[in-house]
Design a protein around this ligand. Structure first.
Ligand code: UFG
Length: 343
């Protein structure tokens, strides 16, 4: 498999040619799944991107080598130096641990990495006078909502340390705005999935816990995937999620950065399609795309899984003009399959 370094980077004047203003943006966690897709899109649009990643979860091959700075977020002084040197205008902050189940076993690691890391980053931004941040938040801040679609003003009630760590960072951002005039957009992702169909980027978590890559792996290996419960109060008894294409997520970040640099006030937005799909529907989509049966067994419920999480993204559509390009599950699965079946 090739690497992203081998791909041609779009000429630096791409943004000017398209009428956009090139921005100097620092991306934390830019070697990870959603981060690398966003970096790729920013570069394609002609922006000047600096990536910070400690490669504890991200992959070196996801980022052009000359863009990557291997740093821990806890190194505030190094972040200040880098932001000053690169004259950053804004930060997009992805770097975080993301596994809900792991967070229930090792909460301290999640709070140290996700909350302390973010606080160090915010401290560095204040020192370097970088005034805008787009933050990777999550639908997990809503816990187990009683109705869907979920609106941004639903109660915040995380039910695991992962979700709580994101709530805490949203709270920090709420203080840094009035005190330090640091404006933020929190993007609350629903189920990020798929991959860029035209690059070598894809979903490579280790271990993988997400449904779509696991279903594709089951097709490839013949080892059955476990459906976590079929006794939920949903039409077919399996959990419903709002699968959002990673490129559409990436685009939301770029719109959010432009919004903040253009003087927009701090905001929180859901990012989803507004359509939910059950686990069984997702299995059928994988079977249609791959032309093969998905081997699966039905197991017990996974602790902490809400029956249904579907976003209302009307606020994001109306305020930032966002609309998903790949809103159907079949296209998402097609793109994920292209990556999973690469040679
Ligand atoms: N599922 C299975 N079997 C598996 C894996 C998943 O049945 O082997 C089911 C889950 O129970 C769930 C659905 O498939 O109903 C999706 O599960 P994922 O693990 O792919 O995603 P989650 O909805 O659990 O979590 C995602 C992100 C989290 C984030 C959360 C917010 O991965 O980081 O959405 O809602 F917190």
């Amino acid at each position: 498999m090739g690497t992203v370094q081998e791909q041609r980077e779009t000429p630096a004047n791409a943004a000017l040619q398209s009428g956009l203003t090139p921005r100097k943006i620092l991306v934390t966690g830019g070697a990870g799944y959603i981060g690398s897709h966003t970096v790729h899109m920013l570069l394609a649009q002609g922006h000047d991107v600096t990536v910070v990643d400690n490669l504890s979860k991200g992959h070196r091959h996801n980022v052009p080598a000359e863009r990557l700075h291997e740093l821990n977020l806890s190194d505030t002084a190094a972040l200040v130096r880098l932001m000053r040197e690169k004259q950053c205008e804004a930060v997009i902050h992805f770097a975080a641990f993301i596994a809900v189940g792991e967070s229930m076993r090792e909460p301290a690691r999640y709070f140290i990495n996700n909350v302390s890391g973010s606080l160090s980053l915010l401290d560095a931004m204040v020192q370097a006078e970088v005034k805008h941040i787009v933050f990777s938040s999550t639908a997990a801040v809503y816990g187990n909502p009683h109705t869907t679609p979920i609106l941004e003003d639903f109660p915040i009630q995380a039910v695991n340390p992962y979700g709580e760590s994101k709530v805490m960072v949203e709270t920090l951002l709420g203080w840094f705005d009035p005190i330090h005039h640091l404006t933020s957009v929190c993007l609350r992702y629903f189920n990020a999935s798929g991959c860029d169909p035209d690059s070598l980027l894809g979903e490579e978590h280790e271990p993988e816990t997400h449904l779509i890559p696991l279903l594709l792996r089951a097709v490839q290996t013949g080892n059955p995937v476990t459906v976590f419960g079929d006794d939920y109060p949903t039409p077919d008894g399996t959990c419903i999620r709002d699968y959002i294409h990673v490129n559409d997520l990436a685009q939301a970040h770029i719109l959010a950065v432009e919004y903040l640099i253009g003087g927009g006030t701090s905001e929180k937005f859901n990012v989803g399609t507004g359509t939910g799909h059950s686990v069984m529907e997702t299995i059928r989509a994988v079977e249609t795309v791959t032309g093969q049966k998905v081997p699966y067994v039905v197991g017990t419920r996974r602790e902490g899984d809400p029956p249904s999480l579907v976003a209302s993204s009307n606020k994001l559509r109306e305020r930032l003009g966002w609309s998903p390009r790949y809103a159907d599950l079949r296209t998402i699965v097609e793109h994920a399959w292209k990556f999973a079946s690469r040679k």
